[in-house]
Design a protein around this ligand. Structure first.
Ligand code: EPZ
Length: 427
């Protein structure tokens, strides 16, 4: 397993270009199942979860071309023949977002067999709301041997009210409703930009969706969808991760090819802690500071402060002047990074869903363990300001959602290198 070796102390200076959003690309790739015509997606990030999705779709019989040449970062997906509408445990256990194929397979093929995702490091991650919504659309669903088996001659439009706001639940049902007979009204939907981006692609494919990105979405079902070409939105979490790193290392960093309109909650929080930023239509410049003020954070669904930034913000809070209270409202176990930050010298007390972070805690480099995608990013950000060398193990977690992060960081001054797995020499 690869490791990162980071030596702290350098400010991040210069420009970093943001990749396409993993959490927009995954549902967009699943949407290709809804048509037999090719779907072309550009600005695809070169990350592990995209490769997993390629394998998942190919296993169903789809033809997936994936190219990352200079001008490309593009995939062309043709689901003319979906020979086996299945998502195996082997693949789903590595990426729970595989459940995004459930709605499209039901809508296109009338049946689907998808492994239950099981839990992950940050929580139980149930999909009961996906299943409840699909049943309201007329699907017959049973769960046995760790799989969801769903079938339906043709889905029928319905009124669906989500008990809880769920991002992939909204996306799964949005895709299913596009081919249902009649109109569907989805209420209490997730409002993330990635949901709106998916709807934009689906409408290019011939769907009739209104209100995506707001809490109420209306879908008029159609008989079939056609191919389309679509450019994936920039990754707001990657952009925010670099903004936090630039702020924390007292740097001067320009985050290019991002969408500042998706960064509101973080930009407000950075201003609250005393960081100034300047923005254009597709970039944000952050100037760091050694005088960061403590500020509390409560994670909420979009447009609130994203749970996917909680870990990275905690790293910044360890250096702020004062105590910051971080409340994690979305997932039940998303403080794994705190224990590793404490090993680097942070002063953090976990009280249920709250983390009380003492400020001005000098961090020292240490050997630490990544536990999930965003926890890994938190440890990397902390290592940039730690005294000495930090070794982060299991960086495959970070490779799931950040494209070439060590090259991007090195290009703006970070002292970071990847230690590949040293395989024993063949005898
Ligand atoms: C999406 O996960 C993102 N993943 C996550 O990003 C992100 O953390 C999360 O939304 C919240 O913003 C993708 O988009 C691929 P949810 P998702 O369904 O859809 C509960 C990353 O780091 N819930 O919005 O799985 C659930 O347990 C990843 O890129 C149910 O109870 O999250 C959680 O408490 C991590 N029943 C809450 O809702 C359900 O059927 C929000 O989960 C579904 C969800």
């Amino acid at each position: 397993m690869d490791k990162f070796v980071i030596r702290g102390g350098n400010p991040l200076l210069g420009t970093v270009r943001i990749s396409g959003a993993k959490n927009a690309a995954l549902p967009a790739m699943a949407a290709a199942l809804l048509t037999e015509e090719p779907v072309i997606l550009e600005n695809i990030p070169q990350v592990r979860d995209i490769e997993t999705t390629r394998r998942l779709l190919s296993a169903m019989g789809a033809e997936v071309e994936l190219g990352y040449g200079r001008a490309q970062h593009r995939t062309t997906i043709s689901c003319r023949r979906v020979s086996s509408p299945e998502a195996s445990y082997e693949l789903v256990k590595t990426m729970r977002a595989s459940t995004l194929v459930l709605g499209p397979l039901l809508a296109r093929c009338g049946r689907a067999r998808v492994s239950l995702p099981g839990g992950c490091a940050i929580g139980a991650r149930p999909i009961d709301l996906h299943i409840k919504g699909l049943e309201l659309l007329g699907a017959k669903i049973k769960q046995e041997h760790g799989y969801v088996e769903a079938s339906c001659r043709r889905l029928r439009g319905a009124e669906i009210l989500f008990d809880k706001i769920t991002v992939t639940g909204t996306e799964d049902l949005l895709m299913a409703a596009t081919l249902a007979e009649g109109e569907s009204v989805l209420q209490n939907c997730a409002r993330e930009p990635e949901v709106a981006d998916l709807a934009s692609l689906l409408n290019k494919m011939g769907a009739h969706i209104e209100g995506a990105g707001t809490a109420t979405v209306r879908v008029k079902g159609v008989g079939e969808l056609h191919g389309a070409k679509h450019r994936i939105i920039p990754d707001r979490i990657e952009a925010a991760t670099f903004l936090i790193a630039g702020a924390l290392t007292d740097g001067d960093l320009n985050i290019a090819a991002c969408d500042p309109d998706h960064l509101g909650a973080l930009l407000d929080k950075l201003h609250e802690v005393g960081i100034s930023t300047q923005r254009t239509s597709d970039s944000v410049r952050v100037e760091g500071s050694r005088n960061l003020k403590a500020a509390d954070v409560v994670t909420e669904e979009y447009p609130g402060f994203p749970t996917d930034l909680q870990a990275q913000y905690m790293a910044l809070a360890t250096q702020a002047d004062g105590t910051s209270v971080i409340t994690e409202n979305i997932f039940e176990n998303r403080f794994m990074h705190a224990l590793e930050l404490v090993r680097m010298g942070a002063n953090i007390k976990i009280e249920g869903r709250r983390a009380v972070v003492g400020g001005r805690s000098p961090l020292s480099g240490a050997a630490v363990l990544a536990s999930d995608l965003r926890a890994s990013a938190s440890l990397l950000v902390a290592a940039l300001v730690a005294d000495g060398e930090t070794i982060i193990d299991r960086v495959y977690h970070i490779d799931r959602g950040y494209e070439n992060i060590e090259e991007k960081m090195r290009a703006v001054g970070a002292q970071i290198r990847r230690l590949g797995e040293i395989l024993p020499k063949k005898r």
